[in-house]
Design a protein around this ligand. Structure first.
Ligand code: GBH
Length: 453
């Protein structure tokens, strides 16, 4: 008997970019090595009750010292692309001015080590680790952060732009600002008035603009840049015209705060509805910076919200029933259709010309390996279901060009600490031994075959 190879409908486009993603503060550890200054997360995680078990980022996966072996494993799993982030406090520890060459050199080594193994680096400029010195000056609600970021972006693109051709400006503006300055669940743990958070959003959008500008100025002709957003995905209850239309409308509203200024160069009615009419202080030319054309939109997609056309003709949010399945991360409703509708709506509603899934995965409290194996079947099945939906979206003509599994290995899951695991590789945080999980071995085959196996 001959076994069949994956059918054509499981095949992905030839140029599709497969990879894994991480972020510096979640994996590097070495919190004070080689001249790095504290980030807001180093400070915040030390506050009693701030993180699960009081976990800190001090050691994390010790990737700072183990990156060679980690990249060996990544290469052994067949990964072709790696999304990593740069820790701003390693590069400019004082927040402004002097460059820390030892910090700069770490990423030189990391980037070279990736390329040597045939792995293309995708670099996120900012994944939440603001230098504490900038928080001491008021943090994101103050414009001083924008000037500091502009310098930082220039410096890193100048330093690595000869080898790094894929840049992501900021990761999930909405999450680090709402959580960090609105509800106080994330660093720096502030609970500010909505107007203040709103001003912080404007500053983060300006930083995105400076990131794009820096890549255009110093990145070389072949460099590409985009923002990574956790756009709220709206899933039509039924895939019929009225519900799809409702999903469109709701998507436009839910994501107005970031995608409207970025794609339309203005704060429009959906934005104003979201911010209750508060306009931030806007300086001349701000929108020119914010709305510069980008090359792709990065989407981190884990879940989505159900919408249908309501009795009043507008979109109606449908709450998931209490007993709807979630990952161990309770916010992560396991609805794989988010991976169809996220990219499609970003393209249809905001005109995103190229979408890259910069994160996708599921958080579980996995048990330690038994005889070298972790059967994280729940994660494997969810990722598979998501990839089927992504494939369906591509078949329907949605421009999606890449997918990064979050995360390469278990790491510091912010306020949830180390028990909440997202890796496709298991990290033993005591011994620092890495063990590919069943999901990782399976994903490795998907990447090799460029097909859902
Ligand atoms: C991403 O954030 C991050 O980019 C990444 O660093 C992180 O490790 C990964 O995903 C996994 O979480 O109010 O209880 O409903 C995801 C951000 C976290 C945003 C949960 C929505 C809802 C929390 N999401 N959050 S709740």
């Amino acid at each position: 008997m001959k076994f069949s190879v994956p059918s054509a409908s499981c095949q992905f486009p030839a140029s599709f970019a497969w990879g894994v993603a991480t972020a510096a503060p979640q994996i590097e550890g070495a919190f004070d090595a080689d001249g790095k200054s504290p980030s807001i997360w180093d400070v915040f995680s030390r506050k009693p009750g701030a993180t699960h078990n009081g976990d800190t980022l001090d050691v994390a996966c010790d990737h700072y010292h183990r990156y060679e072996a980690d990249l060996d494993l990544m290469a052994a799993l067949g990964m072709k692309h790696y999304r990593l982030s740069i820790a701003w406090p390693r590069i400019i520890p004082t927040g402004a001015g002097t460059l820390n060459t030892r910090g700069v050199d770490f990423y030189n080594r990391l980037i070279d080590a990736s390329l040597k193994r045939g792995i293309t680096p995708w670099v996120t400029m900012f994944h939440w680790d603001l230098p504490q010195v900038l928080e001491d000056k008021g943090g994101w609600p103050e414009r001083v952060v924008v000037d500091a970021f502009a310098d930082y972006a220039d410096e890193i693109v100048k330093a690595y732009g000869d080898r790094v051709k894929n840049w992501i400006t900021l990761n999930e503006i909405g999450v680090f600002l709402e959580n960090g300055y609105g509800v106080g669940r994330h660093a720096p743990g502030r609970k500010e008035k909505p107007e203040v958070v709103n001003q912080a959003f404007h500053h983060a959008m300006l930083c995105h603009g400076h990131g794009v500008r820096a890549v255009r100025e110093h990145g070389g002709k072949d460099a590409r840049v985009g923002l990574t957003d956790n756009s709220r995905v709206t899933i039509p209850l039924t895939e019929t015209a009225p519900d799809i239309e409702a999903a469109h409308e709701q998507f436009a509203r839910r994501n107005a705060r970031i995608l409207e200024p970025m794609y339309r160069g203005e704060y429009g009615k959906n934005y104003l509805a979201h911010t209750k009419g508060w306009l931030p202080k806007i300086a001349a030319n701000d929108f020119e910076l914010i709305a510069q054309p980008t090359d792709f939109l990065g989407l981190n997609i884990y879940s989505g919200e159900i919408v249908r056309r309501g009795a009043d003709g507008g979109p109606q949010h449908i709450a998931y029933p209490e007993n709807f399945p979630t990952a161990d991360s309770p916010w992560l409703k396991l609805n794989a259709r988010c991976m169809y509708w996220g990219p499609r709506l970003a393209a249809e509603v905001f005109g995103a010309k190229d979408v890259v899934i910069t994160e996708s995965g599921a958080g579980y409290n996995d048990l330690p390996p038994v005889k070298g194996e972790v059967f994280d079947i729940h994660r494997l099945e969810y990722i598979r279901a998501c990839l089927r939906e992504l494939r369906r979206s591509i078949a329907d003509g949605v421009p999606v060009s890449g997918y990064f599994a979050w995360s390469f290995m278990d790491n510091f899951e912010w306020a949830d600490g180390y028990d909440r695991r997202f890796g496709i590789v298991y990290t033993d945080f005591k011994t620092q031994v890495r063990t590919p999980k069943a999901s990782g071995r399976w994903y490795s085959q998907v990447v090799r075959e460029n097909a859902l196996v």
